[in-house]
Ligand binder design. Structure first.
Ligand code: DAH
Length: 360
């Protein structure tokens, strides 16, 4: 090939190699093969040559043109691949990133409220003993909240100063904000065939407000119904639970006879502590923790269960109370005040869920 064509090809190839994107490459194409491109000019110039020379030169210029076209095409494919790679790298989304090892701090960081935390612990600990979770409504009928539980009309729990009453429907009794979780005992027995083994964590209401009482608070109820359930089951379950919940393997637990309309016999359960230091587990004093007993035969019958074939035990305790004791929280009111300083101190990270390994 003539020297001038070789040089032109070398120039164009250098320009192509220097083109770093498709637009630059197109500029090289136009400069070589466009209407006033260098190769186009050579083709146009052929007409001015004598016929012999024209044929030989024409063949050479056409070979050059073909070579340039192929080289342009190769470079275009390469640049397109580069562009795709660059886009893939820029738009890469690494879904395998691990979560941050420490949770965010500050007002935007969420945390688990101590009440929710205790509920999780209750569900885990009783769950390990075979209890399921049952629920009922906050607005209850008088029958579920009182009558079915063998609480007679004259019982003090019915007096206005304890109970929030709602407006009565025409001809009916006033609905109440449930004063305890015990009505869910009735609902569970009416809706499930025995044997039954449930806990009922939930919100409860009483018209009472001071450092240790709130108009809205939480309880957990327990109900176990079976053919041969006896007081040994009640005691074993509650001793195991209290020792696991408070994390004290030899926590003293005392069962003291008491009275509840819906149990017979009834017992209050105390744990050992020191009145002076507030420390749980030692100190020689007793602290009342919960109420319990064998489900009264009338309550079983009210809920459609034959008391001659089935029996069981029940218990109920305040969730705020056991939370305050476990964590040394002196006042009930900040539980509901959404004070971030209090929450940061007593709330738990959502990244440290309660497991049975936490209970010694
Ligand atoms: N419902 C009772 C209360 O609110 C607590 C209670 C006591 C529940 C004894 C029970 C029980 O299931 O057996 O004071």
């Amino acid at each position: 090939m003539a020297d001038d064509l070789d040089m032109l090809r070398a120039d164009i190839e250098a320009a192509m190699a220097g083109a770093e994107d498709l637009r630059a490459l197109d500029a090289v194409r136009v400069a070589a093969l466009g209407k006033s491109g260098q190769v186009t000019a050579l083709l146009k110039g052929l007409g001015a040559l004598p016929p012999d020379e024209r044929r030989a030169r024409g063949a050479e210029v056409n070979v050059l043109k073909g070579e340039i076209e192929r080289a342009l095409e190769n470079r275009r494919v390469t640049l397109e691949a580069f562009a795709l790679d660059a886009r893939l790298a820029a738009e890469r989304l690494d879904v395998s990133l691990p979560p941050r090892p420490t949770p965010p701090v500050g007002p935007e960081a969420g945390s688990i409220h101590p009440i929710s935390r205790t509920m999780e612990e209750l569900i885990a600990l009783f769950g390990a003993m075979g209890f399921a979770v049952a629920e009922g409504p906050d607005i209850e009928g008088d029958w579920h909240n009182f009558s079915a539980l063998n609480i007679p009309d004259h019982h003090p729990a019915r007096q206005d100063h304890d109970t929030f009453y709602l407006t009565a429907p025409a001809g009916g009794r006033r609905p109440v904000l449930r004063t305890h979780t015990s009505p869910v005992q009735i609902r569970t027995m009416l809706s499930q065939e025995p044997p039954i083994c449930v806990i009922v964590p939930g919100r409860t209401w009483r018209a009472d407000h001071d450092a240790t009482h709130s108009p809205m608070f939480h309880q957990v109820e327990g109900l176990v119904i079976g053919r041969d359930i006896h007081m040994g089951h009640l005691k074993g379950t509650l001793v195991d639970f209290l020792r696991a919940f408070f994390g004290i393997a030899d926590l003293p637990v005392r069962f003291r006879s008491s009275y509840f309309p819906f149990t017979e016999p009834s017992m209050e359960v105390d744990i050992g502590w020191s009145r002076k230091t507030g420390e749980l587990g030692s100190g020689g004093d007793w602290l009342e923790i919960l109420g319990s007993g064998m489900v009264h035969p009338k309550v079983l019958a009210n809920a459609g269960i034959d008391p001659r074939a089935w029996q069981g035990f029940a218990f109920g305790m305040g969730i705020e109370r056991i939370t305050m004791l476990k964590h040394g929280i002196p006042d009930l009111r900040p539980f509901y005040e959404a004070d971030l300083r209090w929450l940061r101190h007593y709330a738990t990270s959502p990244l440290s869920p309660f497991t049975l390994h936490d209970a010694s």
